[in-house]
Structures are given as C-alpha cells and as structure tokens.
Design a protein around this ligand. Structure first.
Ligand SMILES: *Cc1c(COP(=O)(O)O)cnc(C)c1O
Length: 381
C-alpha cells in the first residue's frame, strides 16, 4: 500500500485527469458499458440527450454535438457559406484551430490584437482589422472572439463593432464553456458558438469531441446536414458539401456523467484561481476578470517582466512543478499563417514572450497549491 499522505516530492500534475476519473470511474464505466451493450456506437440516444442538456446548461436554443472543437468552428463557417474572398477576424493570441478552419473554406483569416489585461480580443483592433481587410478587397463576414483561458471575451465592446460592420459573431468557447458574460453563459452569446470536449478542456470527454450552439432555428438543420456529409432529407441524398463530424455515442455517455458534476467543478476551479491570485499578486501580474465576466479557468496564466519566463519554468521544473506556455508564437508569426493580413499586433507579441501557466484543475488541493506557490515565490525572489 502506498501512503495516502502526499510527500513533498510527489509529482504534481498540470491537469489532474486521474482525480476526476477516480471520482466518476464507476459511473462512467457503467455508462460506457451500456453503450457497448446497445451497439449503437454512432447516433445513439445518448447524443440527443446530451445535446438537450448542453443547450439547457448554456441557455441556448440548440446544441449540435460534433467530433471536435475544430469541427464545430468549421461546421459554422460551412453552414453560413463562408467562402473565398471573405474575411474572418481571429485573435492573433489563441490556439491555432480558431484560424485554421478559415482557409479550409477558402476564406482569409485576418488577425486582431488582444487586450493586455484579459488576453481577449481588442474591439478597437477589430475595427482597424476590418479596414485592413476592406483595403485588400476582402468582404468582412465573421468575427471569432475567443474566451481565452476560460474567461468570456469582451462582448460589450465586440458586439457593437461586429454589428456596425455586419459581421456574424462566432464565439470560440473551446476554453470557456461554462463561463458567463453579464449573467449569460457562453454558448448563448453572438450568432453561434463552438466548444471543445478535448480531455484537457474544463468539460472534457475521453477522446475528441465538441459542440455548436445557436438560437437560430433555421441554422439547425443545416448544421446537422453539414455534420453528416451534407445529407438532404434522404440519407443518401447530398445537398451540400459536408463532413463526418459526429460525436461518438460513447463520448456522449461520458459527457452526460461529467456534465452532472461540472457546475461544482467550475466553482472549485474558481476557488483555486482566487487563492492563486491572493498568494501571487505581489510577485507576478496575476490574471484579472473584466467587469461582468466570469472564467472557468481553463488555464491559470501569469505574466512576468520580459526575459524572466523561461527561468521560472526551469526553476519550477526542478521543484517538480509543471508549467506550460500558451502561447509561445502568435498566429501571425506561425509559418503556415504569416502571409495572412491583420492589424498591428504588439500585445499578442509581448504576451507570447511573457506568459506562463501554472497547474490548474478542479481537484488541486490547498497543500499542493501551497507547494506550487512556494516554488513560484522562491524562483521569483
Ligand atoms: C482546443 C481549442 C480548439 C479546438 O478544439 P479541439 O477539440 O481540440 O479541436 C479551438 N479553439 C481554442 C481556443 C481551443 O483552445
């Protein structure tokens, strides 16, 4: 028997997927077993039940489950008929998938800077990026604000700019599902939203998964058609170009169990983040929430003076504390994306050199967090 007392040398996980697995294991094994027994591996009844519960949780009229967050983004661009010559505005400081789906449909990603305090899209930069796109002969069509690191984007500022330019608002809430803006959950904001159930996201499954949310009744059948090879009323009639983007029934069954405890996990993440903020505010720039926004803390990310980040990561590693850098390269400096246009992006560039993320999950106990905090304070002293 190993001791249940965690020694000072117990390795600390960056995200403790195993702790949740230990809590839910028996329930999930039963749920997966039921799907295996039913043999309804694709489009089983659990998928529709999950869609209903996801929509209710988000406060959206419709949820369409799909195979990944990336597919969720792509399904919306396809359903809206975004095409060559169209401009889609994406933050430069994000995970690549936000912009990756844009060239899939032949359109052009146009990069927008973010705000130094919240790391989320800067509406003034969006306004300037629209002018850049127009000057290049592109038609502004969609903006994809990202709820980065779990915090709802600055929709107060973004929605009016989008409306003024006739842009559809596609919220990339892959990291922010469960967060809120002015009391509304992400998934119920803008024209539609995309989220991800990748295991490391706040609500993760045991493989890849995602979902689209919208209040638009007319869009729903188009999304379902896109998800299924562009099928028409008959299964083997194809009325548009689509994809294979279904969520496996097994993943839906797992997500139903996890959604059941998600509200409590969000509260636990928020408590961990609040405690980090209190204990680290005097040694680093700790994350801030914009007025009216909440976060589900997909990442807990601090900012350091230029040149100090990599030394901190090394020192923490020696102390058994894992860290990660989201993101080291802004989108417009990535080889695959450097030819695309955008606004000036100084904040995205600075953040890429200065941010570092600490272990964050719903099962981070105070003793372990104290070890992390002590190591950070030692390294920055
Ligand atoms: C994870 C992520 C995605 C993509 O989700 P997948 O399920 O991995 O395809 C898209 N956007 C952002 C901001 C993400 O963090």
């Amino acid at each position: 028997m190993t001791s249940h007392v965690k020694s000072a040398m117990t390795p600390i996980p960056f995200i403790d997927v195993a702790a949740q697995r230990a809590r839910l294991g028996a329930r999930i094994d039963r749920a997966v077993g039921a799907v295996l027994d039913s043999c309804r591996f694709v489009n089983g009844p659990e998928v529709a039940i999950l869609e209903e519960q996801l929509a209710a949780f988000a406060g959206a009229r419709h949820a369409v489950a799909c195979a990944s967050g990336t597919d969720a983004l792509a399904m919306l661009l396809m359903a809206w008929g975004i095409k060559a010559g169209d401009a889609v505005f994406c933050p430069a400081f994000t995970f690549c998938a936000t912009a990756e789906v844009v060239p899939w449909v032949g359109a052009t990603p146009v990069f927008v800077d973010v705000k130094a305090d919240t790391f989320n899209m800067d509406a003034d930069s969006l306004d300037r990026a629209v002018a850049v796109a127009k000057a290049q002969g592109l038609t502004p069509r969609v903006v994809i604000p990202v709820d980065l690191f779990g915090q709802a984007a600055d929709y107060d500022a973004i929605l009016p700019v989008a409306e003024r330019h006739g842009l559809k608002v596609l919220c990339d809430t892959a990291q922010g599902f469960g967060a809120a803006w002015r009391g509304r959950r992400t998934g119920s904001i803008g024209d539609a939203s995309a989220t991800s159930f990748f295991p490391a996201k706040p609500l993760g499954c045991y493989g890849d998964g995602g979902a689209v949310f919208t209040d638009d009744d007319a869009l729903l059948p188009i999304l379902k058609s896109v998800r299924e090879h562009g099928q028409g009323t008959d299964k083997y009639e194809n009325v548009r170009i689509g994809m294979t983007a279904r969520l496996d029934t097994i993943q839906a069954a797992i997500l139903l169990e996890k959604l059941d405890i998600f509200e409590g996990e969000i509260a636990a993440r928020q408590a961990v983040a609040a405690r980090y903020n209190t204990l680290l505010a005097d040694v680093a720039t700790v994350p801030v929430l914009a007025e009216g926004a909440t976060s589900v803390w997909a990442q807990y990310t601090i900012r350091l003076a230029p040149g100090r980040r990599d030394a901190l990561a090394e020192a923490l590693k020696a102390d058994g504390v894992p860290t990660a850098v989201y993101y080291r390269i802004p989108m417009h400096r990535q080889p695959a994306y450097s030819a695309f246009p955008g606004d000036a992006l100084p904040v995205s560039e600075a953040l890429c050199a200065e941010v570092i993320s600490l272990p964050m999950h719903a099962y981070l106990d105070e003793a372990t967090q104290d070890r992390i905090v002590a190591a950070v304070r030692r390294a920055l002293a």
